[in-house]
Structures are given as structure tokens and as C-alpha cells.
Design a protein around this ligand. Structure first.
Ligand SMILES: Cc1cc2nc3c(=O)[nH]c(=O)nc-3n(C[C@H](O)[C@H](O)[C@H](O)COP(=O)(O)OP(=O)(O)OC[C@H]3O[C@@H](n4cnc5c(N)ncnc54)[C@H](O)[C@@H]3O)c2cc1C
Length: 461
């Protein structure tokens, strides 16, 4: 059985690792299993360098639901990611006037608790990449997925290399996915292109010592104002060898030492994207400083006077697709559902996709026999994957849109309504916060196990 994964980002690598773990147990030894991951960025195909799309934004937060998936995948990998990152237990929600208006937990209080981990994007990608054998990743740019002989999907290469057929093609190729076009029936066209949300981010790292004594540990500080948003939190950039003091970082406790670095990012409204060649970074920096000049937090004032800006990160999302699979082709991660960054869930949802897809494939392929051919097992798994995953991701996307809108330009009334809304969410007891309950109470691994147990029961097993 041949499985092709297009894209070696977070979703492609995690999907490979889950499939590699679960499928050999499901398939009889008479069916050999072959994997290839195609990655268009040479640097990302090589160990030690993430692609541009993997590194944008500097750091990311892996939420407890995403960390549960990593722990299910591989305890060692989970510990490594946690040790390389920095745990935070809560979000401190502030307004531009310097008031803390709410504190939201960033922790799953299961036993043991799991805190959110802030980690540099490159380090997280490195942890995943180190678990994938070099010869599984091939440097190639995929141009299209077409239908091959006996309805088997076939990938085509941009450099006109010979097409490759597979039993299953997994599109993990990000927000501008080419695999998506085969799933939505678009061929060479893209009738559902990525959407520019009118929001742009700038961000980077700063030594934590610059930020002074009052820099809060264990907190991700999110400050909203009338002209944009600025967030900062602890993160460590040191190479692994210098990281002995963080080697004991654990997901269930906040490190006692302050991180050496802090990550910061700011999101603001921009209705039209400038041409790349015309971007004036000095002007962007001046506007950034102007936007936050009246923010009362002294840490923010230190950040804005000490940073350089050399990149901007426009927020692109995937429109809601009618489906994520067709025939034996399926989408995972941003290819299926790039979310607004305000969700804090892009990576975690990519991890959840990988786990659910692999569990379902393993289940249905285990049942393959002369009556239930491999193709049928795959299509049953893909159908269930979409049914289980799509509603969850759509709810997260809706919530992310509300949070994203809070970062847009606001008049005075709207500004104070935003603060009131955040305050009101903060005073609600956690057990009434249906979004939180949904995010952590319906972990995908458990949901699939429940679903499969129900199916087995229905069949009288
Ligand atoms: C500024 C910013 C901040 C973010 N912050 C957070 C956060 O705090 N928490 C969080 O959970 N998420 C966050 N995210 C989202 C998160 O980074 C993404 O959701 C996640 O990286 C998606 O991974 P992916 O593998 O699906 O896609 P990608 O990382 O885009 O990977 C796709 C891969 O496919 C390759 N590829 C593309 N096309 C082809 C082709 N034709 N042929 C071969 N290879 C191809 C690309 O080179 C790339 O390596 C943020 C995103 C941004 C932009």
C-alpha cells in the first residue's frame, strides 16, 4: 500500500508519524506499506531547516488539546517539545489603558494538568522532523493531483517528472494547497482560494532581561486597544545545548526560572495588502510604534522601542470547503482549514487531524479482507474523518473570527464594548464556558474511540 503525503509542515510530519505508528499493526504483513513525503522547499526537506511557511510568526502556542495528541503519539516526543518550549498557565487579558480585565486559564486541569506551551516554530518543527527518516522526504514541487488508472489518484510534478500513483494521497500542503483543487473538483483552477482577512501581523523575539523586573512568568499577556492588539509571553530561543536550565520543563508546572527570551506579536487591520516589492519596513515600524504609543503597559513601551521589523504576516484563511476528501485524496491541517491566528489552534488542529485520520484508517484497514478491499477501507475512513473533524474545526473557526474582529480598528464605543465582553467572559465560571468545555472535553482521540466502540457494538461484536 503506497501513501503519499504532500507537504512536510506540522500536519504532514505528524500525519506520517501517526500512520507509521498505527498502520503496521492494522495491515497484514502480506501488504507492504510505503510512505513518501514530497516537500517543495529544499530547506524543509533537509533536516534542521523549516520552510518559510513553517517558520512565519516566530513562535506558536500549542494548546493543551494539541499536547494531548502529541502525548498520545509519542511520550518522548511530547516531553521533548515541552522541554524546548515554555509553559504558561493563563492568558492575562489587558486593555490599552493598562488594566487587567480578565485572566483565562491556558491549562487543562486534568490529572496531571497540561499547560499551554509556547515554542519557537522552528524548534517545534525540528522536534517532529528529527523523528522522520531522511529518505522518506523527497524534495519536489507537486503541481496537481489527477485520477490515474483504476481510479487510483496520481500526483504530477511541476518539473514534469514521471507521475506517481498511490493508494492514498494526503494533502498537507498548507493554505495554498494544490491538492485541495482535486478534492473540490477544480483541476487547474482554484475556485475556493485562500482569503486575506484584512489583518496583518508583525512579531519577533526580544531578550527577556530587556523587559525588566515586572515581566510576568507563566502568563501570555494579550492587550487590546482601539487600533490593534499586542501580545507577549515567555519563550526560549537558545540552542538545545545551552538549555540545561529548561531541560526539566514540564507540561504540568510553570518553570521557576524566567525564560531568556520573550516572543511578541501585534495584529492590526490593513484593508489592502501592499506589493512585496513596495513594502517599506521603516514606515511599518513607525506605524507600529504610533499604534501602540498610548498603550499604558511599560513592557509594551519597552518592546516597541527595541524592535526591528523585517517581515509582515498577512492572515490568510481557507474558505469553508464543501468537503475535505474525494476518492482516495484527503486534506489535513491548513490545506483543509487554515484558521485565523487568533484561534491559537492552527497547529493543535493539524495535530488532531493527523490523529483522527490515522486512527480511522487503522480501524477500517484492519477489517480489510477479500470482501472489503483496501480502497473501500480507505474511503470509509476518509468519510468518517471528514464527518468527525469538520464540525469541530468550523466551530473553532467561528470563534477565531470573533477574536480576530476584536483586533480591528474600533471607535470608542466599540472599544469599551470589547473590554466589557472580555471582562464578562472572564467572570463566567469555567464550567459555564461552553467553548472551553468543548475544546478540552471532546478530545479527538477519545471521540474516535467512542465512535468506533459504538460501531463495533452495532455490529454485535
Ligand atoms: C503568524 C502566525 C502565527 C500563528 N500562531 C499560531 C499559534 O500560536 N498556535 C497555533 O496552534 N497555530 C498558529 N499558527 C498556525 C499554524 O502555524 C499552522 O496552522 C500550522 O503551521 C499548519 O501546518 P501545516 O503543516 O498544515 O501547513 P504549513 O506549515 O503551511 O506546511 C505546508 C507545507 O507544504 C509544503 N508545500 C506546499 N505546497 C507544496 C507543493 N505544491 N508541493 C510540495 N510541498 C508543498 C510547504 O512548503 C510547507 O512546508 C500561526 C500561523 C501564523 C501564520
Amino acid at each position: 500500500m503506497k501513501i503519499v503525503i504532500v507537504g512536510a509542515g506540522i500536519s504532514g510530519l505528524t500525519t506520517y508519524l501517526f500512520l507509521k505508528k498505527l498502520l503496521p499493526l492494522a495491515l497484514p504483513p502480506s501488504i507492504p506499506l510505503e510512505f513518501v513525503i514530497y516537500e517543495k522547499h529544499h530547506a524543509a526537506a533537509e533536516k534542521g531547516h523549516a520552510s518559510g511557511s513553517t517558520t512565519v510568526g516566530g513562535a506558536l502556542g500549542i494548546a493543551p488539546n494539541g499536547l494531548h495528541v502529541l502525548r498520545d503519539l509519542d511520550q518522548h516526543l511530547f516531553q521533548k517539545v515541552v522541554a524546548q518550549g515554555y509553559s504558561v498557565s493563563h492568558f492575562g487579558m489587558r486593555n490599552a489603558h493598562g488594566w487587567t480585565i480578565a485572566r483565562f486559564p491556558a491549562t487543562d486541569f486534568s490529572n496531571p494538568p497540561i499547560h499551554t506551551v509556547l515554542i519557537s516554530r522552528q524548534k517545534f518543527w525540528d522536534c517532529l522532523r528529527e523523528s522522520v527518516p531522511d529518505d522518506t522526504i523527497v524534495h519536489a514541487n507537486i503541481s496537481e493531483v489527477a485520477c490515474g488508472e483504476r481510479q487510483r489518484p496520481r500526483i504530477k510534478f511541476a518539473d514534469a517528472s514521471t507521475d506517481v500513483e498511490a493508494d492514498l494521497i494526503i494533502g498537507a500542503d498548507g493554505v495554498r494547497s494544490v491538492v485541495k483543487r482535486s478534492v473540490t473538483g477544480d483541476g487547474e483552477q482554484d475556485s475556493l482560494p485562500a482569503i486575506f482577512e484584512g489583518l496583518v501581523g508583525v512579531g519577533g523575539f526580544i531578550p527577556a532581561t530587556t523587559l525588566g523586573q515586572n515581566y510576568p512568568s507563566g502568563q501570555l499577556t494579550l492587550t487590546f486597544g482601539s487600533h490593534g492588539f499586542l501580545g507577549y509571553g515567555p519563550c526560549c530561543l537558545m540552542p538545545e545545548a545551552d538549555q540545561s536550565q529548561y531541560g526539566s520543563n514540564r507540561a504540568d508546572r510553570i518553570p521557576s526560572t524566567l525564560a531568556n527570551d520573550a516572543v511578541w506579536w501585534s495584529t492590526y487591520q490593513l484593508d489592502h495588502l501592499p506589493e512585496t516589492a513596495n513594502i517599506d519596513f521603516e514606515d511599518i515600524k513607525a506605524q507600529f510604534q504610533q499604534r501602540h504609543s498610548n498603550f499604558k503597559d511599560p513592557i509594551i513601551q519597552t518592546i516597541i522601542s527595541n524592535v526591528n521589523i523585517d517581515s509582515i504576516y498577512p492572515t490568510w484563511t481557507t474558505p469553508s470547503l464543501p468537503t475535505w476528501s474525494d476518492s482516495n485524496v484527503v486534506l489535513v491541517g491548513d490545506a483543509a482549514h487554515a484558521l485565523q491566528t487568533s484561534s491559537g489552534q492552527g497547529a493543535s488542529q493539524a495535530l488532531e487531524d493527523a490523529q483522527v485520520l490515522a486512527m480511522l484508517l487503522a480501524h477500517y484497514l484492519r477489517q480489510c479482507n477479500p470482501e472489503l478491499q483496501i480502497e473501500n477501507g480507505i474511503s470509509l475512513a476518509l468519510k468518517q474523518y471528514v464527518e468527525l473533524r469538520k464540525p469541530r474545526v468550523e466551530r473553532i473557526a467561528e470563534r477565531a473570527k470573533i477574536m480576530g474582529d476584536m483586533k480591528r480598528k474600533k471607535g470608542m464605543v466599540e472599544e469599551w464594548v470589547t473590554y466589557f465582553f472580555i471582562w464578562a467572559m472572564g467572570v463566567l465560571p469555567r464550567k459555564w464556558n461552553s467553548y472551553d468545555l468543548f475544546l478540552l472535553g471532546e478530545l479527538p482521540g477519545e471521540k474516535v474511540r467512542e465512535f468506533l466502540a459504538g460501531e463495533d457494538e452495532g455490529r454485535g461484536r
